[in-house]
Design a protein around this ligand. Sequence first.
Ligand code: ATP
Ligand code: MG
Length: 396
Amino acid sequence: MKIRSFLIKYGEIGIKGSNRHVFEEALVRQIRNALAPLEGGYKVLRRNGRIYAESTDPCGEEEAVDALKHVFGITRICPVVRVPDRGFEALEEDICAYLADTFESMDFTFKVESRRARKDFPVDSQTMNREIGAYVLSRFPGLSVDVHKPDVLLRVEVREDGINLYSREIEGPGGMPLGTAGKAMLLLSGGIDSPVAGYMVSKRGVFIDAVYFHAPPYTSDRAKEKVVKLARIISRYTGPVRLHVVRFTDIQLAIYEKCPHDELTVIMRRYMMRIAEAIALKEECLCLVTGESIGQVASQTMHAMVCTNEVCTLPVYRPLIAFDKQEIVNLSEKIGAYETSIEPYEDCCTIFVARHPVTKPKAEQIRRSEQCLEDVIGPLYEAALASDEVILCRAE
Ligand code: ATP
Ligand code: MG
């Protein structure tokens, strides 16, 4: 019986020395999670320092590949057919059947690359390459051999428990497996940038919680639903996201009423950071993450970021800091968030925005301006924290 499996290759975790098994176990766990909802009853196992996902049901390959493309840590996904060892001649037949099954038109160049993990196999790998090549050529006249730049690299691996045949390598997302790095609190708005920022940090193995500042009635339920949708989209990569929705209206109104208008955005951003940090600490997150990029808007100048940073004790990671907008858009499209991000709902930052915001705010001046809030901010801050509504967002 042929077994349809995926050989799953991984990159950086291979170099983690004595911790290697921790990373491999995390990767196996995430692969199991990703394949669990699919038909085919995949079994995920580590064998001889490799990871396989195996099924005896040959259908549903596309869904499985799609699921695996969302698992951080995977660099390559190789659909593999395993045949039993029934001698060299039977192997040649199996290889021809495999090629006819795998490729629609038989007119490409190829090269055979054989390996023997079991040295008692009667034919050495050089001879295997030569003989299999010749046999395949005799069976498929449209094929030719190219040892330098073949269209198809046909791998034949003789292992303890059978012979693996594979020739396709599909790119995985790379990165590190989820659950190997702790948790981050993402400031998630409905825009293009922050979902991409969350994806990027999560790619390093980090779980993501998120906080969204909602300003009803100035921002609508539709705007909130859009953020939930974005959290669901990134959760295909990041795993389930606990989204904290915080009611920010009263703080925004107070800032609007009492502070200089050209400093509104910076002050508002500082309150967002303070609240996000309080929730992050409660949730045992190790950092904050934003979608900021130098100079993109007035509140993202280096000067403005000095002012927003100073209210936090946790590190603030800004993975897009040196990205151009187009580079961010490309990533947003790649992760499937773009279409949702450009839906036109209002954002709380755009409602109370000054016509001429300061681009080079000074922290000292901003601190002085914040003193105007002294009488009212305490209860408003507490009320905002108390309004925290948690929505668990997972891929549908
Ligand atoms: P995005 O596309 O992520 O909304 P942006 O280009 O619109 O970013 P800003 O509105 O200046 O930029 O926001 C900068 C960052 O601040 C965002 O990337 C996000 O991390 C955070 N942020 C802004 N608004 C909110 C909000 N309403 N709730 C949570 N985080 C927010
Ligand atoms: Mg925004």
